[in-house]
Design a protein around this ligand. Structure first.
Ligand SMILES: Cc1cc2nc3c(=O)[nH]c(=O)nc-3n(C[C@H](O)[C@H](O)[C@H](O)COP(=O)(O)OP(=O)(O)OC[C@H]3O[C@@H](n4cnc5c(N)ncnc54)[C@H](O)[C@@H]3O)c2cc1C
Length: 338
């Protein structure tokens, strides 16, 4: 069903009214939405649970939200299980349900807000794991209304990046994600590479101890996240506002001289955007109703009635300040929908 003039929920608590919204549960629903879009000259875009978007006061065109939230086993053997999941399923619910079945691999990604359909868009990741590591394929509906399966390789996953992210929210360029296929392990093999997580579980390379269970890992991840990150229901936010910059060796050396601590990443280096923002003096700063969270400066908070423009202006000032101090350009992580 297509409805008009609908307020869009988002974790930054921005006031935003969509011209048209279609909640779609089947490929036929998506095709109907596309037909409506063509008939009314309304461009289609996608929205999940609104936890990684900056919504402008008016979002024109037709917003598609996938409601399909089924979980189905499509293959299973002694070592692994392969499941199809509808894009409308809540991500954290999926993590909990898979753990309850003793299907492992998503434990480090516990408590990430949002819907399953958005997970491949920026290749969600946390505590040393990315969803791409478990993704077999992504079910999509293309702009011409046809359904396809894209392999993980087709999705061109990178750090907080995929082919879906590069198209922005415009569906005429690339498709709507209707579901995903994940291969999970039946044998626990926990990833404790992220130092804070290893420490929280009393495990380190120099002091190895018995490995925790995946359920214990998920518990530790949830407790670290609750301690570090503001709850959007109390302090509206969109999670990390900037990506961690990836650098070459020359830039990494320059940053070390300026007091930052880049670390090895793939063939180059990465530096914590939070550290750069902190060193540039933005941690805990606030202007009007927008501010940098005092315990994690990567997170911008809407303290009341901030508009999307207020948030973008504040983010822009941080970007300029970091660029002037470190000659590093910070890239926005959430996408802007207008
Ligand atoms: C407190 C907090 C903590 C967070 N922590 C993390 C973290 O640790 N790691 C991490 O990676 N992210 C994190 N995020 C960001 C966010 O949780 C993820 O990006 C999540 O996948 C967004 O899901 P969503 O359903 O809310 O997507 P939305 O915000 O609704 O949409 C995000 C993007 O995906 C597109 N999209 C949504 N659904 C579809 C679809 N079905 N088909 C095609 N495109 C679609 C939208 O057009 C938009 O461009 C955090 C956010 C918050 C608020």
């Amino acid at each position: 069903m297509i409805r008009s003039k609908i307020l869009l929920k988002n974790t930054l608590a921005l006031q935003s009214l969509a011209d048209h919204v279609a909640d779609v549960d089947s490929v036929a629903d998506v095709q109907d939405a596309m037909e409506f879009g063509r008939a009314h000259g309304a461009a289609l875009s996608c929205l999940g649970e609104g936890s990684n978007v900056i919504l402008m006061p008016r979002v024109s065109g037709l917003i598609c939200r996938v409601t399909r939230a089924d979980v189905m086993v499509v293959d299973s053997d002694a070592d692994s299980v392969t499941i199809d999941v509808g894009a409308g399923k809540n991500w954290h619910e999926l993590v909990q349900e898979t753990l309850a079945q003793n299907w492992f691999g998503l434990e480090n990604l516990a408590l990430i807000p949002g819907a399953v359909g958005a997970a491949p868009v920026q290749n969600i990741g946390a505590y040393g794991v990315e969803v791409a590591e478990r993704l077999v394929s992504v079910d999509v509906v293309r702009g011409d209304g046809t359904a396809h399966k894209m392999s993980a390789a087709d999705c061109k996953f990178g750090y907080r990046d995929s082919i879906f992210k590069r198209r922005g929210a415009d569906m005429s360029q690339l498709p709507l994600i209707f579901g995903i296929t994940l291969r999970l392990s039946k044998r626990p093999a926990v990833n404790l590479s992220y130092r804070d997580l290893g420490n929280a579980l009393g495990h380190s390379e120099t002091k190895p101890s018995a490995l925790p269970s995946p359920q214990q890992v998920a518990e530790a991840v949830m407790s670290i996240r609750r301690a570090k990150l503001p709850d959007p229901s109390e302090h509206p936010n969109a999670g990390s506002f900037f990506k961690n910059p990836v650098l070459d060796g020359v830039a990494a050396d320059r940053l070390r001289e300026l007091g930052a601590t880049p670390y090895a990443f793939n063939d180059g280096f990465k530096v914590s955007a939070a550290q750069l923002i902190d060193l540039a003096g933005w941690k805990g700063r606030r202007r009007g109703d927008v501010g940098c969270w005092s315990q994690q400066p990567l997170v911008l908070i809407n303290y009341g009635q901030a508009t999307a423009q207020n948030v973008l202006d504040f983010a822009n000032d941080i970007q300029r300040s970091v660029s002037e101090t470190f000659q590093v350009e910070l890239e926005l992580e959430p996408s802007v929908l207008s």
